[in-house]
Design a protein around this ligand. Structure first.
Ligand code: GTQ
Ligand code: FE2
Length: 346
């Protein structure tokens, strides 16, 4: 807590300061500039086993017309009830039923989605139709129109990641009014024709140049790449891939980065910490992660969060199966601000 009044000063002096909207720095200096990095966010895990049934119930209770986006928001227990999973990031689980449509809008916060369950839904990003298969990553960059539809026969759930708390902290959050979703102008996205192989980019794209040539990364492609790497890498070398803009090598979004890590049976890579915060989603397998002093067990479909500057150490607990962890983080934002740093445990 910030102390704004020095009790040793004459009360009249303090009152004058307050009346003039002025405060002493000396009572607050070490809160503003602490000697240790601090965050109120805590490590936490949300189980799919708990949230899956609640999402289905939300789908029964809340019409899509009313909700516009039917999302259960993951609230970090340390952040006082805020709709924030860390001080910078928002995470939520969204559910859509067959035949439903979530109307189109655009906004200054960047968004990404990682498909959790079900087939047949799609997200349209600036007219580009992105199929949603379990494990797929889809981005909706700042100010790009997007809506969601569903042509399949089972509920579809995905994890939404946005930079809403970060954008709000600089008073830059804004969204357009909703408008009804329009039919997409494409039947596929560029991950299906122009970006199907690493190291190859189209000489000339048939898609509009928005600065985001790829907006979908199919899980089938990512998994194949991870499996190849895992088969070849020595046991002491971690297997992880970063999602990038294939034309520039930059992170997929200006503020958020995404990675996928493959843990071989029994593998537990060296603990590391960074000034970034990250939200993890368990694509496959089961294991546990030590985050700071907390030990979080996880299995497929679970989501968990690592606050900034907490040592993170994952372990695949299965004797023979791999474990795959997706993460999104605020590393690009921190790098852009000159605030990024990391260390591995000695
Ligand atoms: O699907 O467009 O979880 O705009 C939060 C804000 C989802 C969305 C969220 C959004 C969306
Ligand atoms: Fe949105």
């Amino acid at each position: 807590m910030l102390t704004t009044r020095d009790a040793s000063l004459p009360p009249a002096y303090s009152e004058t300061l307050e009346a003039l909207s002025v405060g002493p720095l000396w009572t607050a200096l070490h809160v503003l500039l602490p000697n240790e990095r601090v965050t109120s966010a805590v490590p936490h895990r949300w189980r799919w086993r708990d949230l899956g049934p609640l999402l289905l119930e939300a789908a029964r209770l809340v019409p899509i017309e009313q909700a516009e986006r039917r999302v259960l928001v993951l609230k970090n227990p340390g952040l006082g009830g805020a709709y924030a999973v860390t001080s910078t990031l928002f995470a939520g689980l969204q559910i859509i039923l067959p035949g439903e449509a979530a109307p189109s809008h655009h906004h200054t916060p960047a968004a990404l989605r990682l498909v959790v369950q079900g087939r047949g839904a799609f997200t349209t990003v600036d007219g580009v139709k992105c199929a949603m298969e379990p494990g797929d990553l889809i981005i909706t960059p700042p100010m790009r129109w997007h809506d969601h539809g569903h042509e399949g026969s089972e509920p579809v759930v995905w994890l939404d990641g946005l930079d809403i708390p970060l954008v709000r902290s600089v008073d830059a959050s804004w969204a357009s009014k909703m408008r009804p979703a329009r039919p997409p102008s494409t039947s596929i996205d560029s991950s299906q024709d122009e970006f199907t192989a690493a190291g190859l980019v189209p000489r000339r794209s048939r898609y509009a140049d928005t600065g985001y040539p790829q907006v979908r990364w199919p899980w089938a492609t990512v998994r194949r790449a991870l499996a190849s790497m895992a088969a070849a890498a020595p046991a002491d070398q971690p297997v992880a891939l970063s999602y990038v803009n294939p034309k520039t090598g930059a992170p997929p979004l200006p503020t958020m980065g995404c990675e996928c890590q493959w843990l071989r049976p029994g593998e537990a890579p060296r603990a590391a910490r960074s000034t970034a915060s990250a939200v993890y989603y368990v694509l496959e397998g089961r294991g546990e992660s030590r985050i700071g002093d907390a030990l979080l067990a996880w299995e497929e479909g679970d989501t968990f969060v690592a606050p900034p500057w907490h040592f993170v150490e994952h372990r695949n607990a299965a004797p023979s199966a791999p474990a795959c962890l997706f993460q999104f983080n605020d590393e690009p934002a921190l790098r852009a601000l000159g605030l990024w740093g990391e260390e591995t445990r000695a």
